[in-house]
Design a protein around this ligand. Structure first.
Ligand code: HEM
Length: 519
């Protein structure tokens, strides 16, 4: 109880009081569980975790996996409703603790980060690609990880990202040109491939200092997409059967999977990154590769580690942003009145300053800020983020973003898209995610020491794309042969394990007749 009492003392805002009080009422026992998880190792490994509620129906050896269906996060949200904000799910032989309350998550993932910032072992991320403790995303909490993270932050911190403004704006412009052109040519467009192209180009420019590709048909782009898709498939947190069912790893079916992973790393992915790193070092552009190259010795980063880090940055930093933009377009297509308000806001800026707004001008666009935050809350691009590991006993800890974002104690009418929801909260998502948990806008970027280092880049990219689209176009539904409107599906999702995207959809980017044209 003291845990919640402490939080109550900190409450300044009335509207935050109700959720916290209900959390206290509903979960007095939970505070006890929290303490048990974050306290001594003996308690956890022997019997502490036993006291966390476990959903019914776990099967011998398989655990709850057969019950989880195609979107495990949805099932886990149901279990949270039934069993409270902390529960233990049996993923094969592993125990995973799920958390659905923001304050408990903050306490465990951030405040107690010294003992909860590890990563569980993943066959691909740790055993095959990042073997020997290499990389950043899947690396355990140790010196190697810290060095890699410091290096990566040298280019992803907000100030460094600001230095890439021109590239980010140019990429957004190119992507919109393509969306409009494709609509003119084919009457409709599948936006993800073009948005993805632009998010990949941004990583090519910032991380490698390499020129971008101009079309989804470019063979290099296809190679990159194959690399990203395969990487995501292999690192899917719920698909790592060798980790959950170790005995089965002797079976040929699993063995083949591991062999496929090794082939992919040694013959496809790592050679490609070696090539790109070589080009990056030979070129004139400043880049993450060049920065890392200078400090490799000091930070004990070997050549393979550089390859692993760069491949992880490309995978972590491209599809997440592209999928977020894709959800935003899908949602906006359903809400022409929201598009109109966004367009009016951007137009007002352009009329006043005679230029397109940039991320630095964001405070002049509070409606955009609110809509963007709400899109990420309403349809997050990730559900489980990247799982954590408690150093004491290896318990895997996951915050289920789907549950957090659908919790009516934290967000009123959580199941509704409310574009004004964050209208008074103009902080950057970077500031909010790194700030006080009671006022966080949403939870897609994770927690504490391992919080996503790419937030500033992600929000800058989203700002440029969405505001420029609104300045120029309306997003309209595709049309069937007989002229019926076909809207993107906002109900079902494509759960790729690591990312959660809309089902493939087409829309029309129609140029606004009333757009403001700059001389
Ligand atoms: C909307 C876009 C994005 C989302 C939703 C997202 C989400 C996340 C989440 C949930 C984590 C795990 C945090 C935790 O363990 O608490 C993470 C880690 C990470 N992200 Fe992002 N991310 C995004 C964009 C980016 C970008 C643009 C980059 C880089 C260019 C990036 C690079 C990374 C890296 C390197 C990590 C690993 C950090 C570590 O383990 O220390 N992300 N991201």
């Amino acid at each position: 109880m003291e845990y919640y009492t402490e939080f109550l003392k900190k409450v300044e805002k009335h509207e935050r009081l109700i959720p916290i009080l209900s959390a206290v009422a509903a979960t007095t026992v939970t505070a006890y569980y929290v303490k048990r998880i974050i306290s001594s190792s003996k308690k956890i490994s022997n019997n502490g975790a036993e006291e966390i509620p476990v959903p019914d129906g776990a099967m011998y050896y398989l655990g709850h996996i057969p019950q989880m269906g195609s979107v495990p996060a949805h099932k886990i949200t149901e279990w949270h409703k039934e069993l409270g904000p902390i529960l233990k799910v049996k993923m094969g032989v592993q125990d995973w603790v799920f958390i659905s309350d923001p304050m408990i998550a903050q306490e465990i993932m951030a405040t107690q980060g010294a003992i909860t910032s590890g990563r569980p072992y993943l066959t691909f991320g740790n055993g095959i690609s990042g073997k020997g403790g290499r990389g950043i995303v899947f690396a355990d909490y140790n010196k190697n990880w810290k060095n890699a993270r410091t290096a990566v932050l040298s280019i992803l911190a907000p100030k460094s990202v600001a230095g890439f403004d021109k590239i980010l704006q140019q990429e957004a412009e190119n992507s919109i040109n393509q969306l409009v052109e494709q609509t003119k040519l084919h009457g409709e467009v599948y936006p993800l491939s073009f948005i993805r192209l632009s998010s990949i180009n941004i990583i090519l420019a910032t991380a490698f200092g390499l020129p971008g590709v101009s079309s989804p048909e470019d063979p290099f782009y296809k190679e990159l997409v194959n690399m990203i898709e395969t990487g995501i498939k292999f690192t899917s947190v719920v698909g790592d059967f060798s980790a959950y069912f170790p005995v089965l790893s002797f079976l040929d079916v699993i063995f083949r999977k591991e062999r496929k992973m090794t082939d992919f790393v040694e013959n496809v992915s790592h050679p490609m990154f070696r090539r790109m790193i070589k080009q990056a070092l030979a070129g004139d552009q400043d880049s993450l590769v060049k920065k890392m190259h200078l400090i490799m010795e000091e930070y004990e980063i070997d050549e393979r580690n550089l390859v692993v880090i760069m491949s992880e940055v490309l995978v972590a930093g491209s599809d997440t942003v592209a999928i977020s933009a894709s959800w935003t377009y899908a949602i906006l297509c359903h809400y022409p009145e929201v598009q109109k308000k966004l367009a009016d806001e951007v137009d007002a800026f352009i009329n006043k300053y005679k230029r397109i707004p940039t991320f630095e001008d964001r405070l002049e666009l509070p409606y955009y800020i609110s809509v963007q935050k709400e899109c990420l809350r309403y349809r997050p691009p990730v559900y489980f983020g990247v799982p954590r590991k408690a150093s004491a006993d290896g318990t895997v800890i996951v915050t289920n973003i789907h549950t957090l974002h659908n919790d009516s104690k934290t967000f009123y009418d959580a199941d509704k898209f409310i574009p004004d929801r964050f209208i008074k909260d103009t902080r950057s998502m970077y500031a909010s995610s790194n700030g006080n948990v009671q006022n966080r806008d949403q939870f897609v970027f994770g927690w504490g020491r391992r919080i996503c280092p790419g937030i500033a880049l992600a929000e800058n990219e989203l700002f440029n794309s969405i505001t420029r689209v609104m300045a120029r176009c309306r997003i309209e539904p595709a049309l069937s042969e007989n002229g019926d409107k076909i809207y993107p599906n906002l109900v079902d999702v494509n759960d790729g394990g690591s990312t959660v995207s809309p089902l493939p959809f087409k829309v029309r980017f129609v140029e606004r007749e009333d757009r403001v044209i700059l001389a």
